[in-house]
Design a protein around this ligand. Structure first.
Ligand code: NI
Ligand code: MN
Length: 224
């Protein structure tokens, strides 16, 4: 059992044996929690957010991890396709079709590739797609990591929109899908209710629409 809280945009809090925050950018307000571990999908400001000020162990792609280490953070560098274990939590870095760039105080840094994560803790497997277009290798994520929950961007423009995310949900096969990266700003406005009803009408996937700050409890699913 694990509690997943959407803090808004692409930022989620996972509470189990450890507390993990991914992409600590909260559109209105602050993260407000000091987690054990931060995971970063890429360096764009709407994901990097409070990474530096949280100042906890941070999992990121090598290029960003090097930057964080230079800033004095305890960073765990990795790359796409790899899996590491940090304090008993497993992080697998997955591909994402997106750009990456780290911009801080007017200075820009190479951020390596953008990524997603499969995070496994307490027997629950969560896939956070990061910012990404749809790609058919999401089927490999299903076959390899059997996510119980998929956190998918639906905002369009910078990522998949609802139509592509519906196909992504089918590729990934998680029983629970939580939409993210929409309605933060007018340019990524989407109707999550339509997304939910379209998926639930045609599949046995459950779409949980959360409000920023709202949490939901997820259970592990046993596959045959
Ligand atoms: Ni981005
Ligand atoms: Mn983004």
């Amino acid at each position: 059992m694990m509690k997943i809280t959407w803090l808004g945009h692409a930022c989620f809090l996972f509470e189990g044996t450890k507390t993990v925050i991914i992409d600590p950018f909260v559109p209105e307000g602050k993260v407000g929690i000091k987690p054990d571990i931060v995971a970063l999908t890429h360096g764009h400001a709407d994901h990097f957010g409070e990474t530096l000020s949280l100042n906890v162990k941070t999992v990121a792609i090598n290029e960003i991890a090097k930057y964080l280490t230079a800033k004095g953070l305890n960073a765990e560098g990795m790359n796409i396709g790899g899996t590491i274990e940090v304090d008993g939590v497993s992080f697998t870095m997955t591909p994402a079709l997106h750009s990456n760039w780290l911009e801080i105080g007017g200075e820009g840094y190479c951020g390596g590739c953008a990524a997603g994560f499969v995070i496994r803790m307490d027997g629950i497997s969560i896939y956070h797609a990061g910012d990404t277009a749809l790609f058919s290798d999401m089927k490999l994520i299903r076959d390899l990591y059997r996510p119980d929950v998929a956190l998918l961007p639906i905002g369009g423009r910078f990522t998949m929109g609802p139509e592509e995310a519906m196909m992504a949900a089918n590729f990934i096969g998680a029983k629970v899908v939580i939409p993210m990266h929409y309605n933060t700003w007018p340019i990524i406005e989407q109707d999550a209710g339509m997304f939910k009803s379209s998926i639930e009408r045609t599949t046995d996937i459950e779409v949980r629409i959360l409000k920023p700050g709202e949490g939901t409890v997820v259970e592990s699913v046993t596959y045959d």
